[in-house]
Design a protein around this ligand. Structure first.
Ligand code: FAD
Ligand code: EPU
Length: 343
């Protein structure tokens, strides 16, 4: 547990932004985390309290400047079957486990529920932060509880599903308790007998294309992997952080008004009173898809994904996101919200 100074973070964020952390360390268990956060600062001579940032796989952050504090990379490992009953298994995973490797582990054991969430980058511990979701399933659907260490009062707490206040790309850890807790482990309630979720349009099409004779969690996972690989840029090749913005929710009346002006607008029903608009479609209509200025750009196959072609700074990517936001607001009167955590 060595604390490093002026630590380069380029390899620790999937946007590949070249920013530094004033201090950096990893931790593999609660005791190490306790020790790292108990001193006012890692240097006895410094008396100021350092801002602490818990880092996972760095796949949902944009570093707009050097981080003047302590970055603690969560490397708590382990996957354990903690309980089972005739219907469910309860599986606990360390926050530092890679999410997709965890999904593969579940598939290998025939534990159902996370197959639609295949290939999402990042670690298990970050999954509850924004209630990860894809292809018709959210973490919320399989979540049982989590254990988290409070960075200020240094105690461990258990959060149930209700406590987490999950909603679309959001939880209590992204709002009220932002940067207060380090999640140590997450326990999911997975099914022994699968219930398949295949209603997401492109998923159905892909399963048909694959000619999967009988549906299975492995076939669904493969279909999701195929779709994702075909349109989302691999951060190892073109650094990015997935969808940069959320898909905005608007009242039915606003949707009707937009539809009369833009008959092709892409929207998904949400509740009786609201719909979700495709931010990617609106960004594309504003002419941003495939746009590039310097090394910051908007991906050619997915307007929602901003990319770094090499040496873009966090500020350049942020400025591009601001331009996109303004143009969508001007054309559609809709204000996009960033999904990525700007640090
Ligand atoms: P980081 O980027 O390291 O951290 C994100 C936030 O969580 C930060 O605020 C950080 O402080 C906090 N955090 C991380 N770990 C902990 C912890 N243990 N305790 C407390 N706080 C913590 N997301 C989706 O929901 N659906 C998708 O389909 C999807 N597709 C993506 C595709 C690509 C190509 C990429 C690059 C990203 C995609 N994402 C998607 C976003 C991202 O993968 C998820 O948000 C993921 O959960 C982030 O995990 P991470 O470990 O990299 O988190
Ligand atoms: N579309 C366009 N142009 C674009 C992008 C999308 O017209 O450039 C339209 C198309 O009609 C397309 C529809 O929007 O059929 C939906 O696109 P897609 O299936 O790619 O989904 P998305 O809304 O762009 C969301 C999530 C993704 C998640 C997928 C699959 C958000 C912000 N993004 O993207 O999550 O993987 O659905 O469920 O909700 C992420 O959060 O980082 C992420 C990648």
């Amino acid at each position: 547990m060595q604390i490093k100074e002026n630590f380069p973070l380029r390899l620790y964020n999937t946007f590949g932004i070249d920013a530094k952390a004033r201090y950096f360390s990893t931790f593999t268990n609660e005791d190490e985390l306790y020790e790292l956060t108990t001193h006012d600062s890692p240097k006895e001579s410094l008396r100021t309290r350092l801002t602490t940032f818990i880092l996972g796989g760095g796949s949902n952050i944009l570093l707009v400047k050097d981080f003047d504090g302590l970055v603690l990379k969560n490397e708590v490992k382990g996957i354990e079957l903690v309980h089972e009953d005739p219907e469910y298994v309860y599986v606990k995973a360390g926050a530092g486990e890679n999410w997709h490797q965890f999904v593969l582990h579940c598939l290998a054991h025939n534990w159902a529920g996370v197959e639609n969430l295949s290939l999402i980058p990042g670690n298990v511990g970050a999954a509850p932060i924004q209630n990860i979701g894809a292809y018709g399933v959210e973490l919320d659907d399989v979540f049982w509880n989590l254990e988290a260490f409070h960075l200020f009062d240094k105690k461990r707490y258990t959060f149930t599903r209700v406590d987490c206040e999950f909603s679309y790309r959001d939880s209590i850890f992204k709002s009220k308790y932002k940067n207060e807790f380090a999640i140590l482990s997450v326990t999911l309630q997975l099914k022994k007998h699968p219930v398949y979720h295949t209603s997401y349009g492109s998923l159905n099409e892909e399963l048909e294309k694959m000619g999967a004779k009988t549906l299975s969690i492995k076939a669904i996972s493969q279909a999701v992997i195929n779709i994702r690989s075909s349109k989302l840029p691999d951060p190892k090749e073109i650094p990015n952080a997935g969808s940069f913005f959320k898909n905005p929710e608007v009242p039915i009346a606003k949707h009707e008004e937009l539809k009369s002006q833009f008959p092709d607008i892409v929207a998904f029903p949400l509740t009786k009173l609201s719909v979700k608009l495709s931010a990617g479609w609106m960004i594309e209509q504003c002419g941003w898809k495939g746009y590039r200025k310097g090394d910051a750009g908007c991906h050619a196959k997915q307007g929602l994904v901003l990319v770094n072609y090499g040496k873009a700074t966090g500020k350049e990517v942020y400025d591009l996101s601001e331009q996109i936001l303004q143009s969508v607001k001007n054309k559609f009167g809709v204000i996009l919200e960033r999904e990525v955590n700007v640090i």
